[in-house]
Design a protein. Structure first.
Length: 98
């Protein structure tokens, strides 16, 4: 799969344009978080130090987090984690680049 920062700078989610920000040393600086979705500023931050598969999975999770927030679905964190991992697996196993 191609690298996130190589081709993806922005992403539209439910009509809102989000900036994808792959940050150096993000995991250490954020207290162990691998990514974050800021729905007020429309920024998805992802740790650059993660392996590429980790970055891809975090992106899937953060997209789900934005959908959960915008549609007020009320999905719990662990369910979003499972859905993010499953979507990542489907994309990877089917060689779908994102």
């Amino acid at each position: 799969m191609r690298r996130i920062q190589a081709f993806l700078k922005t992403l539209k989610i439910l009509g809102h344009e989000y900036t994808i920000d792959v940050k150096e040393n993000y995991v250490a600086q954020s207290g162990g978080n691998s990514g974050q979705c800021n729905n007020y500023l429309n920024i998805i931050s992802i740790g650059a130090e993660l392996p590429q598969s980790g970055k891809n999975e975090v992106l899937m999770y953060e997209i789900l987090e934005a959908i959960n927030y915008r549609l007020e679905l009320g999905l719990e964190h662990h369910k979003l984690c499972v859905l993010g991992e499953v979507l990542h697996q489907v994309m990877r196993d089917n060689e779908i680049n994102f």
